[in-house]
Design a protein around this ligand. Structure first.
Ligand SMILES: C[S@@+](CC[C@H](N)C(=O)[O-])C[C@H]1O[C@@H](n2cnc3c(N)ncnc32)[C@H](O)[C@@H]1O
Length: 296
């Protein structure tokens, strides 16, 4: 290779305090894909740089080459988890995509809650729950219809790959601005003044809402220990980060986890694809109902 070409070849993708070269980007992106199914295109090199440069500084490393050697090594297991935390996007909010909660409240929960009142079991799943606003919004929707629901056999399983977001989710303390999307009657009844782990004033989710939700660490592309089906699953704004094959594989794993006649809610920019698409019919905006008949 000529000197000129090799100089072009060695130009960093992002030229900052720690130059990020294409081979660094590819090695880190491959690890993220293997660990979480997340596909990062080269267009996300600046994002990778800005999220990981802090880690290099904290660890006193001099280059991304050193960093990728660390996270690929046996001793680098803890940093590999930190890398995952840094590279995942955790954006969420209470009652995000409110039409889903309206659908849950009017078309799904009334029958399920009646069933629970008669001693039945209700199981819902918030898959990729981030810092908890989604499963707590489900719990609040349940409580809006049945204030004593926490005493019945009703559970919202809330899972995420990232242990750091689950710590916040379990703490369940949110700043004032983040509870604004909660309808005011629910806000008044189911939140109490509190301080968060950093001593900042906020609002804590009431005990009855917490009792409805169980948080667990779970990788959607790993093994799922749950037995038994769910009457509704929310898996929103996570598969957009996965490549198409991973998305299709995931939808077909969700399919048997939803009871026939049960519902699957997905994010506004996501689409059901592959074999699973046949098993669901549309029941609203990015809302699907599992067909009760089997495929001929
Ligand atoms: C943008 S948030 C979406 C939160 C919520 N579902 C919502 O729509 O507001 C995406 C979440 O997916 C999680 N995530 C990413 N890859 C995952 C995987 N392989 N398994 C489980 N969770 C994953 C991230 O940690 C993050 O908390």
């Amino acid at each position: 290779m000529s000197a000129a070409l090799s100089a072009v070849g060695s130009r960093p993708l992002v030229d900052g305090e720690f130059p990020l070269f294409i081979e660094d980007f590819r090695a880190i992106a491959a690890m993220l894909h293997a660990d979480a199914g997340i596909a990062l295109s080269e267009a996300k090199a600046t994002l990778m740089y800005s999220r990981l440069a802090k880690r290099l500084r904290t660890l006193g490393l001099r280059s991304f080459r050193e960093y990728r050697a660390l996270v690929a090594s046996h001793e680098g297991g803890e940093e590999r988890r930190q890398m995952l935390t840094a590279l995942t996007t955790n954006l969420t909010r209470f009652f995000r995509e409110p039409h889903h909660f309206e659908h849950l409240k009017t078309a799904v929960l009334p029958a399920l809650l009646q069933e629970a009142r008669r001693g039945g079991r209700v199981r819902l799943w918030s898959a990729a729950c981030s810092t908890g606003q989604e499963p707590y919004s489900i719990a609040l929707t349940i409580l809006s219809l049945m204030p004593d629901a926490a005493g019945l056999d009703i559970k919202v399983l809330a899972t995420d790959i990232d242990p750091a977001v689950l710590v916040e989710a379990r703490a369940g303390v949110y700043e004032e601005a983040s509870i604004e999307p909660v309808p005011s009657d629910l806000r008044k009844r189911w939140f109490n003044r509190a301080t968060d782990a950093r001593g900042k004033a906020g609002w804590s989710v009431a005990e009855d809402a917490r009792r409805l939700v169980s948080f667990r660490e779970l990788n959607l592309i790993g093994t799922w220990p749950m037995r038994g089906r769910f009457q509704a699953i929310m898996c929103r704004n996570v598969v957009i980060y996965f490549d198409e094959d991973t998305q299709v594989a995931l939808w077909s794993r969700f399919m048997p986890m939803v009871e026939p006649g049960g519902h699957l809610y997905i994010g506004h920019s996501e689409r059901l694809a592959g074999d699973a698409a046949w098993h669901f019919e549309s029941a609203g905006i990015t809302t699907y109902r599992r067909r009760t008949e089997n495929r001929p």
